[in-house]
Design a protein around this ligand. Structure first.
Ligand code: UDP
Ligand code: MN
Length: 383
């Protein structure tokens, strides 16, 4: 799984100490044990100062006295290694990460979900890189543990980016890194996916994770925008691999959209100045192009492969994200990303129904793409 070039690397014998933080809310006890076991087995004991469990107010019975009993047993074998902090009310993932950082005492913290297993040699690259530069926030490389078979699936190397919803996604490798021709070299990354490792004091100094992010989401991009603007940097370390189990469902909320949107807007308001409107737009806020004849019907991009816009019952999904530009263009199903072109509502000029055409092509070919709104009944073509 881990590249042999990574395993061949040698590191200083004087690496900083490490606190590993595992946050959870209603995790299976066996999963937490797998995480702890992998950390103990795959981290040099002289470097591993402690493992701190943060319980974000779980209700599962086995996570109470039963878990405490297991912690006692680990500590009999490895004195002082396991600690647990329990929230007395639900505080959400950002605050759970902060609770862990505040309880930690080692020079470096790795703040992880509790449903992970670390891979061989995961810790040394993190500790060596942060020792070299204490302003680096590390994003390890993810692999996937299938929740139903526990099979390990290796993920391709990527950097951690985000879209206009400020939601995470994998982006392609930087050319500068490819040109280095060294699969062990750190990679500059726009963002983190969620889990991270950092110098404990540096992370505290720049404000840790934003505890005002509620429930789930947004905290990773907020931290990333802050790190890059406040004298730090983010790197993916290809030799540091952590396998993450994506659960079948999230036990803390049935519907996460509200928290995700609210947290994304919080990050946008804090950091994005005039670009924050792109984030509002991506979340379809405010919804202004209302069909005054029937407010339940919205203009919709239609089937993704088609060029035919349709009227469809209003929902909040991206095919209905419509942007009416000041100069009159109507962008439909907004994407606004470098790799994909946005479509403009176009009048073929033949009396036929409007079509969707890539905006740049429509402009180049002089198609009719400027629209005017007349009050009361209908949209009229302008020019
Ligand atoms: N989490 C938490 N409190 C919450 C929501 C999430 O402590 O209210 C924890 C959760 O237990 C997990 C981490 O935050 O360890 C990330 O959440 P999850 O694994 O559900 O998200 P994913 O990794 O699938 O994006
Ligand atoms: Mn997770």
């Amino acid at each position: 799984m881990v590249s042999h070039r990574c395993l061949q690397k040698t590191y200083s014998s004087q690496l900083p100490s490490l606190s590993v933080i595992l946050i959870f809310m209603n995790e299976a006890l066996s999963i937490i044990q797998r995480a702890i076991t992998s950390i103990i087995n795959r981290t040099p004991s002289r470097l591993l100062k402690e493992i701190i469990l943060v319980d974000d107010f779980s209700s599962n019975g086995e996570l109470k006295a039963n878990l405490d009993e297991h912690i006692k047993l680990y500590n009999q074998k490895y004195p002082g290694l396991l600690k647990i902090v329990r929230h007395t009310k639900r505080q959400g993932l950002a605050q759970a990460r902060n609770t862990g950082r505040e309880a930690a005492t080692a020079e470096v913290v790795a703040i992880l979900d509790a449903h992970i297993e670390v891979n061989a040699g995961w810790a040394e690259p993190i500790l060596a890189r942060i020792q070299e530069d204490h302003t680096v926030i590390v994003s390890p490389v993810f692999d996937n543990i299938h929740f139903d078979t526990f099979e390990l699936e290796k993920y391709a190397l990527a950097v951690d980016g985000f879209n206009w919803e400020l939601w995470c996604r994998y982006d392609s490798l930087p050319k500068a890194w490819i040109d280095l021709d060294d699969v062990t070299a750190p990679m500059k990354s726009p963002s983190i996916m969620g889990i991270l490792a950092a110098n404990r004091l540096f992370l505290g100094k720049i404000g840790s994770v934003d505890g005002g992010m509620l429930v789930y989401g947004g905290e990773n991009v907020e931290l990333s925008l802050r790190v890059w603007q406040c004298g730090g940097r983010i790197e993916v370390l290809p030799c540091s691999r952590i396998a993450h189990l994506e659960r079948h469902h999230k036990p803390y909320a049935l519907e996460l959209t509200f928290a995700m949107r609210r947290n994304a807007l919080r990050a946008a308001e804090i950091w994005m100045d005039e670009y924050k409107y792109m984030v509002y737009l991506a979340w379809n806020i405010p919804l202004q192009i209302k069909n005054s004849l029937n407010e339940n019907d919205c203009l919709d991009r239609g089937p993704i492969t088609g060029k035919t816009p349709i009227m469809y019952s209003c929902n909040e999904y991206s095919p209905q994200k419509v942007y009416y530009h000041l100069t009159g263009e109507l962008y439909v199903g907004l994407i606004a990303e470098a790799v994909a072109e946005d479509n403009c509502l176009t009048d073929p000029g033949s009396g036929e129904n409007p079509t969707l055409e890539p905006c740049s092509k429509a402009a180049q070919n002089g198609l009719h793409i400027y629209w005017d709104f007349k009050p009361v009944s209908c949209v009229l073509f302008k020019g």
